[in-house]
Design a protein. Structure first.
Lengths: 180, 180
């Protein structure tokens, strides 16, 4: 079965300072014409900083759209002309102060396939050295650490609900199981 | 540390047929004023239909924002005046034709905390009875089944990258481990 939808035309529905939204006219497999609206996103990187003691470095961060503090892994958007590894190294340092010698790409995830083209690259960062974080004055977050097994428990207890964080911790657990 | 950001004012940045985007002026913990732009979403439900033979029911669906076919679990948006369980039952029937006797809520996930207020409720659906799906003419998807262990392997191999599906399968694996 051919499931492909073909673009007929595209327009900007909104150009915010942060979010861009497009509205495309598309031809469906049925032959009918419909609309698709979606956010365009440069892509992001999420990092699993795993310390030698088995603890993972996490953050508490307020997320305005949900008016709630979330427990999440360090992450951030890819800047222009940046490789995904560079994004990971930059965000880890800025947000937590850590630098890592050992980087392994665990995979990619698509957080919001219904209405965003965002892809999140997932890195495991090990052999960590603590330093000083580089938050700008308007970035407020708390850094803490927890055994990976405790973080997995927090997922099962519903205390960690951020999808990118759950996926990255899950892949980390599997990676460690497969490489022990 | 108080991480809370307070709303000063809110406006519609875009009102599409499907997507609504808001732009709020907010007071940061630093005292500075900044902007937050985000999609408002009614919430959604993802269902893990688990057959008695250990297979999980999955779908192949084209997702226009990424121009790609994804393997994903049945899911859909909550309609007005619908409970999350009703959404799950309706979407499972519409998309796959299955009806389930046994529904267990596994938790909730937030797919896109940076720029959407979407929450996805996660249900495990068992004791399934096959029937006829109710897709409308413009909805194109393929239904298939796979052992849960195979689906987990597809995640590790990077063949399943949809975050909501990965999170729901992960919670299912843990739930089964804990209840065996």
């Amino acid at each position: 079965m051919d499931l492909t939808e073909h673009c007929i035309s595209t327009e900007d529905l909104a150009k915010g300072d942060f979010l861009c939204v497009k509205r495309d006219q598309v031809r469906l497999p049925s032959g009918h014409v419909s609309q698709r609206e979606y956010v365009t996103h440069p892509g992001a990187v999420v990092i699993v900083p795993l310390l030698n003691n088995g603890n993972v470095v996490l953050e508490r961060q307020f997320r305005y759209p949900l008016n709630q503090v979330f427990i999440e892994l360090p992450a951030g958007k890819i800047d222009a002309n940046e490789s995904t590894l560079q994004t990971g190294q930059r965000e880890l340092l800025e947000e937590t102060g850590y630098q890592a010698q050992d980087w392994v790409k665990l995979g990619e995830q698509h957080p919001c396939i219904g209405y965003s083209n965002e892809v999140i690259h997932i890195y495991l960062a090990r052999d960590l050295k603590a330093g000083v974080s580089h938050l700008d004055v308007d970035e407020a977050l708390e850094v803490f650490e927890l055994p990976l097994s405790e973080a997995i428990k927090l997922i099962q207890q519903g205390e960690i609900t951020d999808s990118k964080t759950i996926v990255a911790l899950f892949l980390t657990e599997k990676y460690i199981q497969n490489n022990e």
